[in-house]
Design a protein around this ligand. Structure first.
Ligand SMILES: Cc1cc2nc3c(=O)[nH]c(=O)nc-3n(C[C@H](O)[C@H](O)[C@H](O)COP(=O)(O)OP(=O)(O)OC[C@H]3O[C@@H](n4cnc5c(N)ncnc54)[C@H](O)[C@@H]3O)c2cc1C
Ligand code: FES
Ligand code: FES
Length: 489
């Protein structure tokens, strides 16, 4: 049992005691470590001014570097990781990091407030780069906002840096960093107690179940992309916090004969490739969630457990008939994911339980899946509504269809009337029009700042039509037509 936070910084292991467990990494850097290069813009994960890079050992013992928002990371989340801030980039001999140099060369800064964040996002991409993949700069920088430059020169700098193959000093010192991180891996669970605030970071599911049984009112913490804002924006006092992301069992993605099981502490970034392999639209859905920084911390388990009616993953997972695996002291309980969401703010999580994983059945060769996220901005925006459609056609007849929407009710909700209007019928525009009308009975959406009730309902109905057109129009998707032609031949 440890009561100090240990992480790698500036080529050595740093050990901190007496730390407020819900102090943000940003506040620690600025107010305690006097590292003020990392800025605070929004304190809610939106602007990227606070971007830092964290390195963590993966299962193969390699360091995976990722950009995250320091404003919504709590200090104990640094434990076991390597920290890089903007101050760590310039080499001891005074030479700028290639990304910094590119920003200078392209005059990519005006007031400079956003610049450290942009630089850190580009550095993280460079450190984690797979040389065979073309850099998608827009995606890398979607979580960084600038009020001054107009972005043109920043993008030029990003391109220049991407072409510069100079090996930076962080990469040159990689072996040393790996050794230090391996040393930290030997550390056991973490227990902090600071002025009545308790923080636990267990390393096994059994330990987690014990802790939840002892502290039933504790806040479970994964990536903190929701919980972080409870502290920075709502100023809530979290008395007891239990971090789930140090538990390896919760961070596995397991492809097996019965489908795919994703541990609750798997981040969007870690799950992205696997989900995209199963269905293109699952990959696109992950790409549309927030920004690179948020996807590097935010977990699929957190997105389910928070019970939000506008969380992006649940509609897709429900349409794909996912099962939720909940664990407590007495073992694992499995329920259909859709049954987890009872009503707004109420989930079927019994006392002592936590979300262990979510399982998807194997992709059915006959099934077609589409997901549509509707939001005001393409990147870094919460859905006004998000619709998922999973269809099984036998010849031209709808054998099964599951439709689920977020943003249309107090929970993610199936469109049962719409589904029933289509099941057993031919997959035709005439039947789609009837089914669109049936959707009136499925939903009475709210009007809020994201969209009006009328907009939501009409858009949801139109998304069904879009799904039909995409699955039948040869210009959009030839697979279905070819399949059907083959069946009729
Ligand atoms: C800038 C920004 C943009 C965002 N954009 C999107 C978006 O586009 N789409 C979207 O859907 N969401 C978005 N979100 C919301 C958030 O990123 C997601 O909901 C994310 O998946 C939460 O995961 P987390 O790991 O950060 O959870 P946390 O914040 O750590 O926890 C969230 C909730 O889940 C509970 N919890 C966590 N793990 C478990 C567990 N294993 N068992 C039981 N309970 C658990 C926590 O107690 C808490 O109630 C955004 C957030 C921010 C800050
Ligand atoms: S300060 Fe804006 S994302 Fe952190
Ligand atoms: S240079 Fe001023 S905010 Fe970007």
């Amino acid at each position: 049992m440890r009561d100090t936070i240990r992480f790698v910084h500036k080529g050595q292991i740093r050990e901190l005691e007496n730390i407020d467990p819900t102090q943000t990494v940003l506040n620690f850097l600025r107010y305690e470590a006097a590292l003020t290069g990392t800025k605070e813009g929004c304190a809610e994960g939106d602007c990227g001014a606070c971007t830092i890079v964290l390195g963590e050992l993966d299962a193969e013992g390699q360091i995976r570097y990722q950009a995250v928002n320091a404003c919504i990371q709590f200090m104990p989340m640094l434990d076991g990781k390597q920290l890089l801030t903007i101050e760590d980039l310039k080499h001891r001999d005074g030479v700028l990091h290639p990304v910094q140099q590119a920003m200078v060369n392209q005059s990519a800064t005006q007031c400079g407030f956003c610049t450290p964040g942009f630089v850190m996002s580009l550095v993280a991409e460079r450190l984690g780069r797979n040389s065979s993949v073309t850099v998608d700069i827009n995606n890398v920088l979607a979580g960084n906002l600038c009020r001054c430059t107009g972005y043109g020169s920043i993008l030029e700098a990003a391109r220049e840096a991407a072409d510069d193959e100079t090996v930076d000093h962080i990469t040159k010192e990689l072996d040393q960093s790996v050794q230090l991180l391996k040393e930290l891996q030997k550390d056991g669970s973490l227990t902090l107690n600071w002025k009545g605030r308790r923080f636990f970071a267990p390393k096994s599911c059994e330990e987690l179940a014990e802790l939840i049984a002892t502290y039933p009112q504790a806040t479970l913490l994964a990536g903190a992309t929701d919980v972080g804002l409870w502290v920075t924006k709502q100023h809530r006092n979290l008395e007891t916090v239990i971090l789930v992301t140090r538990i390896d069992e919760l961070k596995t993605i397991d492809m097996h004969k019965d489908g795919l099981t994703i541990g609750s502490a798997v981040t969007y970034s870690a799950a992205w490739e696997k989900l995209a392999e199963i269905y293109d639209d699952l990959g696109e859905l992950v790409r549309r969630i927030a920004s690179t920084q948020i996807r590097n911390s935010g977990t699929i388990g957190g997105n389910i457990a928070n019970g939000s009616p506008i969380g992006d993953m649940p509609p897709a997972l429900i349409a794909l008939n996912a099962t939720l695996n909940l664990q407590g002291k007495s073992g694992i309980r499995q329920i259909p994911l859709e049954d987890f969401f009872i009503e707004y703010g109420k989930q079927d999580l019994q006392e002592g339980e936590f979300v262990r994983s979510v399982s998807l059945p194997p992709a059915n060769e006959k099934s077609l899946f589409r997901n549509y996220k509707i939001s005001k901005r393409f990147d870094q925006d919460i859905s006004a509504l998000c619709g998922a459609f999973s269809l099984v056609i036998q010849y031209i007849v709808v054998e099964d269809i599951r439709i689920c929407f977020g943003g249309m009710a107090g929970t993610p909700a199936r469109a049962f009337n719409t589904e029933n209007a289509l099941k057993g019928k031919s997959w035709s525009m005439e039947n789609i029009v009837t089914a669109m009308a049936a959707m009136d009975k499925d939903y009475t959406p709210l009007t809020d700042m994201r969209a009006s009730s009328e907009y939501r309902l009409q858009t949801a109905q139109n998304l069904l039509k879009k799904f039909f057109i995409e699955t039948t129009s040869p210009e959009v998707d030839t697979r279905v037509l070819e399949e059907r032609n083959a069946q009729y031949a």
